[in-house]
Ligand binder design. Structure first.
Ligand code: SF4
Length: 103
């Protein structure tokens, strides 16, 4: 229990030296159809093609993990505004798990 709290607080820490993909214009929210396609889950992708699996295919992440997508640097990062404020608001509104939505 204490360990997960520690991990949570690490996630919540804001570092002005990091790049947060969530605040980049290339970080796109997409709907991923599930089952009969009347339901979906939220995913995020980098439309600059920077997120890749080992074999080169595109890597897509679960939306609720988007605050963890941070980098030391990125040559195609295009910030969408005040990153600290944006991340604070995002953390408040982000689902805490991989939710299933109905169309
Ligand atoms: S362009 Fe770089 S900073 Fe922007 S979403 Fe892709 S990997 Fe993240």
């Amino acid at each position: 229990m204490a360990e997960s709290r520690d991990l949570q607080s690490l996630d919540d820490e804001f570092s002005p030296d990091r790049i947060y993909c969530a605040n980049c214009i290339h970080c796109k929210l997409v709907k991923h159809a599930v089952g009969s396609a009347s339901q979906y889950q939220l995913r995020v992708r980098c439309d600059a093609g920077k997120w890749k699996k080992k074999l080169g295919e595109e890597k897509i992440h679960k939306y609720f993990t988007v605050v963890r997508r941070t980098l030391d640097s990125c040559d195609t990062y295009v910030p969408m505004g005040d990153v600290e404020l944006f991340m604070k608001e995002l953390r408040k509104n982000l689902p805490i798990r991989d939710e299933l939505y109905s169309i």
